[in-house]
Write a protein that binds this ligand. Structure first.
Ligand code: PMT
Length: 418
């Protein structure tokens, strides 16, 4: 399980022989699901090159405080705002001393000072005598009183040959202690695949068949799943919405494209929520040139598109699948048919078309109402903003996925129970 999914770690590397171990730390932080940005002090660059951290973190390394280019890109204030936690590893005796004085004379010190409420964790690494020195010990006590999280140091043989306390804590131990800073969400460490929006089925280069889906419901679900701690992959049809924060987005146009991408992404997912309004049919052929207007009837031959949700469930039977049902009549009957026919775990049904006029309808509006069905139960979620409904839906999905049945689902009206 990825214990730091979606977490943003700003890693400060200072001048210590243990700086090379920070390279392994970056790799492991990323394996734990975190996004990592590295700030190096000048001393750190004497031990390891910025290129190493750039390659391992996948992000440019930040080095200078008074660099106009860097400040125009992501300056020290933005870096501090970006982080969920600032981790200094290794933290040299000198950097710890500078931290206690509130210095801002290099980029890393300035970022720590600008961090405000961002948690600060410090993993010291230095010679045993330097660590034992009363000056260092006083500095460390001062940092502890300021709620700085102290990680280590470890004891053992040191690079200089001394034996004692001062070794950088092992990366696994640093990561385990960092993870404790974050309250786990109901979907922490899980991967949730969400489809959203309409698909477009080309008739010719300028015309297509589509529907009224705006993507709002699916994007809200992606955001809610991310808030619940999941890694989220959002496969979006053509919509004009900004990507939710910390969500990986893949844009597609047609149903066939969405089918291929979703089947590929489903391999690594734990949960699939199929909110997209996928076109059931596509023109048998798309004209390569614009169709000219002629004074006669035009017939379009249509071919059925694959049912993406059903294909995914068939290919990955252990994937927890949530389908949507957009209905203009007999909502409960059709929704339950979909649950059984597609062999999925949960269906979220909503009214569309004239039947939904009184409530604004599900398509395009900022609000919706959902009726959830699963084997042996159902739950009506009253009309609310799509953002709020999405959080409720994700809460219910997490409870079913994690094996519970509606424990602590609050403020929801039960229509019937088993
Ligand atoms: O995007 P918004 O404007 O916010 O509107 C939200 C919504 C109305 C689109 C959404 O709430 C919704 O109902 N989405 C599903 C729409 C739909 O296609 O319903 P359906 O009953 O036709 O399909 C049933 C299920 O099968 C859906 O989960 C759908 O994603 C899936 N499906 C359908 C056809 C197909 N070829 N492949 C599929 O996977």
């Amino acid at each position: 399980m990825q214990v730091l999914t979606n977490k943003r770690i700003l890693l400060g590397v200072t001048g210590s022989i243990a700086a090379y171990k920070a390279a392994d730390l970056v790799r492991r932080l990323r394996e734990a699901g975190a996004e990592v940005r590295v700030v190096m002090t000048r001393g750190a660059t004497e031990f390891v090159t910025p290129m190493t951290f750039q390659a391992l973190s996948g992000n440019p390394v930040h080095l200078h405080l008074l660099d106009t280019d860097a400040e125009a890109g992501m300056g020290h204030i933005e870096l501090a705002r970006w982080a969920d936690v600032i981790l200094i590893a290794p933290a040299s005796a000198d950097f710890i001393a500078r931290l206690t004085r509130g210095r801002a004379d290099d980029l890393l010190a300035a970022v720590c000072l600008a961090g405000g409420k961002v948690p600060l964790a410090v993993a010291p690494a230095m010679n045993a005598q330097m660590w034992a020195n009363e000056a260092t010990q006083e500095n460390v006590r001062l940092l502890s009183r300021r709620s700085v999280l102290l990680l280590g140091p470890d004891e053992g043989e040191q690079a200089c040959g001394d034996v004692g306390a001062g070794r950088l804590l092992a990366p696994e131990a640093i990561i385990a202690q960092l993870a404790q800073l974050f309250a786990p969400g109901s979907l922490s460490g899980r991967t949730v695949l969400v489809s959203a929006g309409p698909t477009r089925e080309a008739i010719d280069p300028v015309r297509y068949l589509s529907n009224h889906s705006s993507g709002k419901m699916g994007f809200s679900i992606a955001a809610a799943a991310q808030e619940a701690g999941a890694k989220v992959i959002l496969v979006a049809g053509p919509v004009s919405l900004a990507s939710p924060d910390r969500v990986e987005r893949i844009d597609v146009i047609s149903a066939m494209e969405m089918h291929d991408v979703i089947l590929q992404q489903a391999k690594t997912a734990d949960i699939f929520i199929s909110t997209a309004a996928v076109a059931d049919y596509r023109p048998a052929e798309a004209w390569s040139e614009k169709l000219k207007k002629e004074d006669r009837e035009l017939s379009l031959k249509m071919l059925p598109n694959p049912d993406i949700l059903a294909s995914v469930k068939k290919k990955f039977p252990r994937l927890f699948c949530v389908g949507f049902a957009a209905e203009t009549q007999d909502l409960a009957d059709y929704a339950q048919q979909k649950l059984h026919k597609k062999g999925i775990e949960l269906v979220a049904a909503n009214w569309v078309g004239p039947a939904a006029e009184a409530t604004g309808g599900a398509f395009g509006s900022d609000e919706n109402a959902l009726h959830l069905f699963w084997r042996g139960g159902d739950l009506a979620l009253e009309q609310a903003s799509k953002a709020k409904l999405a959080r409720r839906l994700v809460e219910v999905v997490a409870q079913h996925f994690n094996g519970g049945q509606n424990k602590s689902v609050s403020n929801i009206h039960f229509l019937s129970k088993e």
